[in-house]
Design a protein around this ligand. Structure first.
Ligand code: BLA
Length: 313
């Protein structure tokens, strides 16, 4: 962190000076997620052959409606990875990092998910290896991927404690090793978050390294549908939507969600949101705009240290 002089108070009209002002304030803002994406890409490259995704040509950079804030996007693919993509947004008011890695449907490996939102020094953090299949119903799936990772989860659950009640539906998309936390910015917390990100990503890379391609058509279909259901949920109900809409307007926000962040929603399957989540159907047949039908719950971490669900029904 570099301390700088306080920002000029006079209004700036000259664009070059205005850019200097911006970069100076960026230096004082405590958080930047740039090192996170750099680490993830370099680390992935040391495990597999990463090539740019066809999406990369169209989605690189978008300037927000304020004429200043830049949304930066990168996307890649690899032999076992359908899509690795990142969106980062950094201005004086907020820093956003939305990083996701989606395996090809031939692999039942969890989806890597890092969603970090920082504004007014409050951080809203989700870091997880999101399960493709229900970890309560499918014990075999939980044993296969999460059993050996629980010690890692327990370590970070102490350092980055449960962030409080959340939209109940989200829990089905989270694993027993999820880091869901909120904190006020500090270098200490930021360093812990970086270390958690590094450890979780290395753990995920190991899973995909060892994953064996599925040949059973029924199992591939089930993986594909599970991933599509996940994409469908997040395209419709992700908590970041409002921020995106404010930045780039409703039309472009929707395009970025469907075509970039959750790309695959129009390719993997043809089922709709209401096919998967019929409880959101309004009388007029439209999708209920509420983020959550059930409401918020889970005041405390609903898994024990072995990853057993202890949150009730
Ligand atoms: C809040 N983001 C949240 C919350 C969660 C997540 C759990 C707490 C509110 C809630 O209960 O829903 C994240 N939820 C997730 C994730 C999954 C999920 C990752 O179900 C995956 C299945 N957050 C972002 C991005 C932005 C963002 C990219 O990841 C902005 C562009 C913003 N998240 C954001 C904001 C809030 C939030 C503003 C607080 C507003 C709110 O609680 O609705």
């Amino acid at each position: 962190l570099r301390l700088t002089t306080s920002p000029p108070t006079t209004s700036i009209t000259d664009t070059r000076r205005s850019r200097n002002y911006k970069s100076r304030t960026l230096q004082v803002s405590a958080v930047s997620y740039r090192e996170f994406i750099n680490f993830a890409i370099e680390e992935t490259k040391s495990h597999t052959v990463l090539v740019p995704s066809p999406l990369q040509e169209k989605y690189r950079s978008v300037i927000a409606l304020d004429g200043e804030t830049e949304l930066q996007m990168v996307s890649f693919q690899a032999p076992k990875i359908r899509l690795l993509r990142s969106l980062s947004i950094e201005n004086e008011r907020m820093q956003v990092f939305d990083f996701g890695v989606f395996p090809k449907p031939e692999f039942d490996v969890p989806i890597f998910c890092a969603n970090f939102f920082t504004a007014a020094s409050m951080n809203i953090i989700v870091l997880d290896l999101n399960p493709l299949h229900d970890v309560t119903m499918r014990r075999d799936y939980k044993e296969k991927y999460y059993k050996s990772l629980m010690p890692l989860a327990v370590k970070y659950a102490e350092l980055l404690p449960w962030g409080g009640k959340l939209t109940s539906e989200s829990l089905k998309f989270f694993s027993p090793m999820v880091i869901w936390t909120k904190f006020t910015s500090s270098q200490y917390k930021h360093d812990i978050l970086y270390s958690a990100f590094v450890d979780y990503y290395k753990a995920w890379l190991k899973l995909i390294d060892h994953a064996v391609e599925e040949t059973d058509v029924t199992k591939i279909m089930s993986n594909r549908e599970a991933q599509h259901r996940y994409l469908t949920w997040r395209t419709e109900k992700d908590p970041g939507h409002n921020v995106l809409k404010k930045l780039v307007g409703e039309m472009l926000a929707k395009e970025l969600l469907r075509e970039f962040l959750f790309h695959g929603i129009d390719e993997l399957e043809s089922k709709t949101f209401l096919d998967y989540f019929p409880e959101y159907c309004c009388e007029d047949g439209n999708i209920n705009e509420k983020r959550s039908i059930i409401g918020k719950s889970f005041e405390n971490r609903p898994w024990d240290n072995e990853g057993e669900f202890i949150g009730g029904i």
